[in-house]
Design a protein around this ligand. Sequence first.
Ligand SMILES: [Zn+2]
Length: 409
Amino acid sequence: VINADRVWQRLMRLAEIGALPGGGVDRQALSAGEIDAWRLVIGWALEAGMSAASDLAGNLFLTLPGRDRSLPPVMAGSHLDTQPTGGKFDGAFGVMAALEAAVSMAERGLVPARDLVVVAWMNEEGSRFAPGMMGSEWFAGVRDLAAIRATKDAAGIGVGDALDWLHAAFPDLAHHAAGFPVAAYLEPHIEQGPVMEQQAQVIGVVTGIQGKTTWEITITGREGHAGTLAMADRADALMAFARMAVAWQAEIGLADAAVKFTIGRLVVAPNAPSVVPNRVTLRIDLRHPDNAVLNRLGARLETIAHELAAPCGVAITRLVDAPSNEFDDALRARITAAAARHNLSSMPMLSAAGHDARHLAPLCPSAMIFIPCRGGISHAEDEWAEPAHVAAGALVVAEVLAALVTPDA
Ligand SMILES: [Zn+2]
């Protein structure tokens, strides 16, 4: 039904754009590399008789037109941007598997009952412009365009300018001015964890995405001379942070076996060897599959910060507050059945990482299909998926999508 060799060759061709010496890929959102990737992928779509369009948030849509263009389309895909030392498969596999489903349908002369749209969401990774998932959040109406456009990268370049640059590179593309109704959404992806490989499973039927809360916390003390200022008179922001970190790790980080607690960023000011620190700014990422536990731990985390700050002050901002979601039962059943028809082992599993599908799930029946990756390694240059697993995943994706766009086929 699909051309597995073509999927693999196209993944490898795509990985040449932004290729790193260690076998990885660096293809940042809205960069010259992403523009090149768009050119390549759009070329493949047009050659199959599909059409291409974008939108104000820089999402890419490749459409295989259906018989009734007025029906909401079925959509599938992922993203083309990578981490700075990312791999060949994260994001790209989802876009290539979805594209193969459409291209192979077109090749067989099948006209779906409704449009099939292959999507590449803008800035899923959030490495150049933070936070990520900008394209899908705008599409879902949960983040507004002005806030997205105002976000700057480390060099001071705004998303707004980068978006205008991207659009200028594709003057012929039509632009959607807002999100549009979608009948169903499917996102293929590598697992990015070790579970499927350990259990020797080929297809992961994702039940949902683990909930996540992130914070920016600023602890404010008073600067002072390391030699002259008495300990009793200090408001040392770094020591306040140290008290909190110990309590957080004990009460939150070790709360149960499922919790994931990370302090990923710490900025100390003035960060001078002989000056009492007057400000510490940090980012916390807390995840848990159970929403009730996530909420309870999140509240406790904030209480600990307030309790242990004195004599410093503390300001707490929640940046992301995303509960666990549950993907559509019927779609999950279709994926399981399609895998079984081809004698591919499959297992239900929670996604520990976040994906754009999180933002589509409230809009339409949504689901994700995972394939294993070697050693569970991702966001790294040696990220690897076996050709047989890529082929199996693409086959299941094609079969599920074909049934969704033409239910009576
Ligand atoms: Zn991804």
